[in-house]
Design a protein around this ligand. Structure first.
Ligand code: PLP
Length: 372
């Protein structure tokens, strides 16, 4: 029988899509250059070069619960995360990466027309994600030196504003904000202030105590960076008590966290001396990489509190240099949107000492060839 394609009288696929999704800007995904280089040094996504801790690896190897759903509401994982960060387990909301927790937050708060304030240049997921929920995402740019601008944020926060996102330390600049500026936003904002601490472990800074002073503050974290579990997708947030009940309604019953991933995360949190060693190593290597880069004429790394460096190159547009690094099998990021002011910069994750040395040597060679 010949197959028939139903015309679906008057069916218009575009009309089915939510207007907010139709107009939502896409998150910039970068593809590896074709043909693929034989060498792949991935310094583009701020992952850990060292992977999971030994206890986490052992937990993954021994995991045998594939056919069972994880515990309801991810209770043991929330317990372990709460214990680690120092908050009651009931206030911890987890998900498949911090991206997913941001989605839970958006589902809890946002309706079309609500406003979300972010400070560019910042993490590229905020704008498409919140826009997809119908929010108007307003950029209150960082002040010179990539400083938070509390005055501007507070004057932009009107009665349609539900959320201010403060990414501290900030991605992609790697910078840490003045604590007084962060606290002022928390104290005076008429809305939720979510502090994204994805890189907190490298900065040695935690904003959790602000939650005791201000009922509108929440903290967002991830196991992707310091714990080397990016592929497992585990993020979490400490939500204010007034919000947590609603967020739990929105969070799927199994929290979008796979049982094997939860087992790995729980085992990691039982291996903190090892992870502290990894953090210390990455911080030392970051400073060594920064010194090495400063030896290249015209190259200036920005002081970083994270596991990556934003690096200024002696060019107007670092895009072609980043592309050439990719052809040589060294992947780093470029943020080409002119309004971000980052065109002469690249962002490089701190890899192993060998990877860092290869990156620096290739960058030096490419800049040298360009100058010749
Ligand atoms: C600032 C910031 N927030 C959140 C995330 C997302 O983390 P996850 O891997 O947990 O989704 C990242 C990842 O790069 C990030 O840089």
């Amino acid at each position: 029988m010949a197959s028939t394609i139903l015309s679906g009288r008057g069916y218009d696929a575009e009309r089915m899509i939510k207007p907010a999704v139709r107009s939502m800007p896409a998150y910039q995904r970068e593809e590896a250059p074709a043909p693929r280089p034989t060498r792949e040094i991935r310094l583009d996504w701020n992952e850990s070069a060292y992977g999971p801790s030994p206890k986490a690896r052992a937990a993954i190897a021994a995991f045998d619960g594939f056919h069972r759903y994880p515990p309801i509401d991810a209770a043991p994982l929330r317990e372990a995360l709460g214990h680690y960060i120092g908050a009651p387990a009931e206030t911890v909301i987890c998900g498949a990466g911090l991206d997913d927790v941001l989605n839970t937050l958006a589902m809890t708060l946002l309706e079309p027309g609500d406003r979300v304030l972010i400070s560019e240049p910042t993490f590229g997921v905020y704008r498409p994600l919140f826009s997809g929920h119908g929010a108007e995402v307003v950029d209150v740019p960082l002040a010179p030196g990539w400083a938070l601008d509390p005055e501007a944020l507070l004057s932009a926060a009107d009665d349609r504003t539900k959320l201010i996102v403060v990414c501290n330390p900030n991605n992609p600049t790697g910078t840490l904000f003045d604590p007084a500026a962060v606290e002022r936003v928390c104290a005076e904002a008429p809305c939720i202030v979510a502090i994204d601490e994805a890189y907190a472990e490298f900065a040695g800074v935690a904003h959790l105590p602000l939650m005791d002073r201000y009922p509108n503050v929440m903290i967002l974290r991830t196991m992707s960076k310091f714990a080397g579990l990016a592929g497992m997708r585990i993020g979490y947030g400490v939500f204010p008590e007034s919000l947590v009940g609603y967020a739990l309604r929105v969070m799927p019953a199994f929290a979008n966290v796979g049982a094997a991933a939860a087992a790995a995360a729980i085992a990691s949190l039982d291996d903190l001396p090892y992870l502290d060693g990894v953090i210390a190593r990455i911080v030392t290597d970051r400073e060594e990489l920064a010194s090495r880069l400063r030896e290249i004429p015209g190259v200036e790394p920005v002081e970083s509190a994270t596991n990556f460096l934003l690096v200024r190159l002696p060019v107007d547009n670092a895009g072609p240099i980043v592309a050439e690094l990719g052809r040589r099998g060294v992947f780093v990021r470029h943020f080409g949107r002119p309004d971000l002011g980052l065109r002469p910069y690249l962002r490089v994750s701190v890899g192993t000492p060998e990877e860092n040395a290869i990156f620096a040597a290739e960058l030096e060679a490419i800049l040298g060839e360009a100058a010749a």
